[in-house]
Design a protein around this ligand. Structure first.
Ligand code: ASP
Length: 319
């Protein structure tokens, strides 16, 4: 998603900021009655798919699944699904999770050859007694559920990986540029929250590496009584602090979404001395429909979509 970052560098000044206030004028301020979708980074097409699902009466759960599938299928997006950057052995391995308003959740990690890990995660949630399936087991489950097998390494990603191999000494590079996640949170017309996230993880990682995105409470957490949160950035840093769970628990205690995300970032800063070298961003939504985000470094943004209005908001940041 370097393109997203260059977008923000190029045009931050030109972003038209829609007023936040009208988004919050619900008849019941505790439970907005209109559909609302937010997602990490710049994802208008994904949010559009999600909002249409909600406008047709779909659940927030349906919306977040349909929304992130748009990015999973996009070969130009190098951090998610088809076209995602591979591990250091040239294999595209995917992590995803989904969580609904009842606290049901499902996830997959180290999944290969399946274009839509978020939908496999939903099947894990709905069709198995488990929460997470990994690797070959997850792939076999997906195939048994009717998902098609597909090589997810595009020519462009393969070229980049081969170029990386020449100079990288087989060591993954930890930086703020070569990884991202689409995380999406939504409130449906019933006032219920759900969330999903999906990623190909850190580029050129060790084979078998799993990030935060499929770990419930780290990359994603939803509690219909408190709020929902999703993370992007260096998964190892998020896992060490149970980031999304922390954000939701702070919102339960009355913190605003932005303040809760900031506190989770501060936790990373205070506990992880290497924090200047990586990026983490949190995006949160509370039950009143308030949205907030906070990141470690400059450059994080989120896309917000209410009914027919969509805007891209830069996140506040720590460093
Ligand atoms: N959190 C993801 C991971 O570590 C990648 C990212 O969002 O940048 O796998």
């Amino acid at each position: 998603m370097n393109s997203r970052r260059s977008f923000v560098r190029r045009s931050l000044a030109g972003i038209v900021s829609l007023s936040a206030a009208p988004w919050l004028k619900a008849s019941n301020p505790q439970r907005p009655v209109y559909p609302l979708v937010v997602s990490t980074w710049q994802n208008k097409a994904a949010n559009q798919a999600a909002i249409e699902t909600l406008q047709q009466g779909g659940r927030a759960l349906d919306a977040v699944e349909q929304g992130v599938r748009v990015v999973e299928a996009d070969p130009k997006d190098r951090s998610v699904g088809y076209g995602g950057r591979p591990d250091r052995d040239g294999k595209v391995t995917l992590d995803a999770s989904i969580m609904d308003e009842h606290g049901n959740c499902g996830s997959v990690c180290f999944l290969q050859n399946i274009m839509h890990p978020v939908s496999v995660a939903r099947k894990v949630m709905e069709e198995t007694p488990h929460v997470m399936l990994a690797g070959q087991g997850a792939e076999a489950f997906a195939l048994a559920q009717g998902f098609e097998s597909k090589d997810l390494l595009t020519k462009a990603s393969e070229r980049e990986w081969k170029a990386w191999k020449k100079n990288a000494n087989y060591e993954p590079t930890i930086n703020i540029e070569n990884h991202d996640t689409i995380g999406m949170l939504a409130i449906d017309t019933f006032g219920n929250l759900s969330g999903a996230c999906t990623t190909s993880g850190l580029a050129y990682k060790f084979s078998g590496r799993v990030g935060d995105s499929p770990i419930i409470g780290s990359g994603l957490y939803v509690d219909n009584e408190a709020g929902a949160a999703v993370a992007t950035g260096l998964g190892e840093a998020v896992v060490k602090t149970c980031g999304s769970f922390l954000v939701v628990e702070l919102m339960r205690q009355g913190w605003s979404p932005t303040a809760a995300c900031r506190e989770a970032i501060k936790r990373i800063v205070s506990k992880q001395p290497g924090h200047k070298k990586f990026q983490v961003g949190f995006l949160a939504l509370n039950t009143a429909g308030q949205v907030g985000a906070y990141s470690l470094q400059n450059g994080f943004m989120y896309t917000r979509h209410l009914q027919d209005k969509s805007d891209i908001q830069p996140s506040k940041y720590f460093l």
